[in-house]
Design a protein around this ligand. Structure first.
Ligand code: ATP
Ligand code: MG
Length: 427
């Protein structure tokens, strides 16, 4: 009957050796988003199934086959969120955040999709999402793109990703274009694969997004959405492009970029990399000017993007994350009963008096030699040594673990200023 219970397929543990990278990315994001005046939202992981059906769209991959949907004990149909935009819009409407005001919001957390697990594609994954409500000008689209470009620079990824851009136009222009596209693909029906034949009547724009190389030529020769834009969307897109040009942001216009969710219109963009194999989209976003109204709110323009954090962290080379920041400054080695007690009190006092200090105490005894091995393994640059001798004399030994320097002995009242200087010099 025994045997190990394993995690759900496609749902990963993020282990202590990986969390410094995650924490670094999250800290960088928080600081960056604050520097642009964006505020954090935290939404529930569960929403009513109806929310996703109405926003993402009934005939999208997500709603058709990827959602974790179940009935709770009341018989309500609930779904683990497959993305954050729908919940963010729901929360903004419900809490009156959109009444005569603009909002710049972000959220970060796990999302759930029942996909075939592979590199860069998991069933629980994490996104940071950023959404702006109440502003329709292309300068907002430009700000979001600039902010993401700045993130790549902060993480040293500016050479790893490129920007692709497209406009999907108004829903009216898209409907007209859709007819043209269906007409075109119908004329080449025999060349379509099974997936695309099915999409022809449900979601024909998605055929443009097909990853099947056999369709590449057919897709390349299809009528272009960019040539069927309504005048307002065309100007909006032109203005966005010229702002990006003026700011020196490089991009490629990709007329086949359509995105897999129904709520997008006008601007869509993706940051892609060739370093992660087939799962190359790191960041995806666009305008969803119709969604707030679709979910019962007043007409409110909106634009946003989401970054897949598994793909982002996978791009970070070893060495990018300043690991010192996540390691203790000092590891306390202690032996003898009185000394153990003294060391415990000392560590607490040091935490009170030395701002920013990270100090780890040896537990479970062990010879000095073994304790120093553990100190070394902790990554700390200093060992504080408290034995019977030090306890009796009211001193502490300082041993340098990562540099050639003489061991020192300090009186207890010297240790606070010593560590204050040491920490200040490192942080
Ligand atoms: P893809 O074409 O890769 O399936 P998508 O269009 O479904 O992506 P979005 O819904 O726009 O993706 O999600 C935004 C980002 O979230 C993606 O660009 C990707 O980085 C990440 N992402 C989406 N699905 C997964 C997943 N199953 N596992 C890991 N990351 C994911
Ligand atoms: Mg997908």
């Amino acid at each position: 009957m025994s045997g190990n219970i394993q995690a759900v397929r496609g749902m990963n543990d993020i282990l202590p050796e990986q969390t410094p990278t995650w924490q670094f990315v999250e800290e960088t994001l928080r600081t960056l988003l604050a520097s642009y005046g964006y505020s954090e939202m935290r939404m529930p992981l569960l929403e009513k199934t109806e929310l996703f059906k109405r926003s993402i769209g009934e005939v999208t991959d997500i709603v058709e086959k990827e959602m974790y949907t179940f009935e709770d004990r009341n018989g309500d149909s609930l779904t683990l969120r497959p993305e954050g935009t729908a919940g963010c819009v729901r929360a903004a409407i419900e809490n009156g955040l959109l009444h005569n005001q603009t909002q710049k919001l972000w959220y970060l957390g796990p999302m759930f999709r029942h996909e075939r697990p592979q590199k860069g594609r998991y069933r629980q994954f994490h996104q940071v999402g950023v959404e702006v409500f109440g502003l329709e000008g292309p300068d907002v689209d430009a700000e979001l793109i600039l902010m993401s470009a700045r993130l790549w620079r902060l993480l040293g990824l500016e050479d790893a990703v490129t920007l692709q851009l497209n406009s999907l136009g108004s829903s009216y222009a898209r409907a007209l274009y859709r007819e043209k596209l269906v007409h075109y693909f119908q004329a080449h029906h025999d060349q379509l694969d099974e997936d695309s034949q099915r999409r022809l009547h449900t979601n024909p724009l998605r055929i443009l997004d097909s990853k099947n190389p056999a369709l590449a030529q057919l897709v390349a020769a299809a009528p272009k959405l960019t040539e069927h834009l309504d005048e307002e969307s065309r100007l909006h897109f032109k203005e966005l492009c010229s702002q990006l040009d003026a700011l020196g942001v490089r991009y490629q216009i990709n007329p086949c970029l359509v995105r897999g969710l129904d709520y997008y219109g006008r601007t869509v963009f993706e940051w892609v990399t060739d370093k992660l194999g087939a799962q190359g989209t790191v960041c995806a976003g666009g305008r969803f000017d119709g969604l707030v109204e679709q979910l019962g709110g007043k007409t409110t323009p909106a634009v946003g993007f989401a970054i897949g954090l598994e793909r982002l962290t996978a791009l970070l080379d070893e060495g990018v994350v300043p690991l010192e920041r996540y390691r203790p400054h000092a590891y306390v080695v202690r032996a003898g009963e009185t000394a153990q007690q003294h060391a415990l009190l000392l560590a607490e006092r040091l935490r009170d008096e030395v701002p920013g200090l990270r100090i780890q105490l040896n537990h479970g005894g062990g010879s000095f030699k073994n304790q120093l091995k553990r100190a070394d393994k902790s990554g700390a640059p200093l060992a504080l040594v408290m034995g019977e001798e030090e306890a009796a004399a009211g001193t502490v030994g300082i041993k340098y673990l990562r540099e050639q320097a003489e061991q020192q002995t300090l009186a207890l009242d010297q240790i606070v200023p010593f560590l204050q200087d040491y920490v200040a010099g490192r942080n």
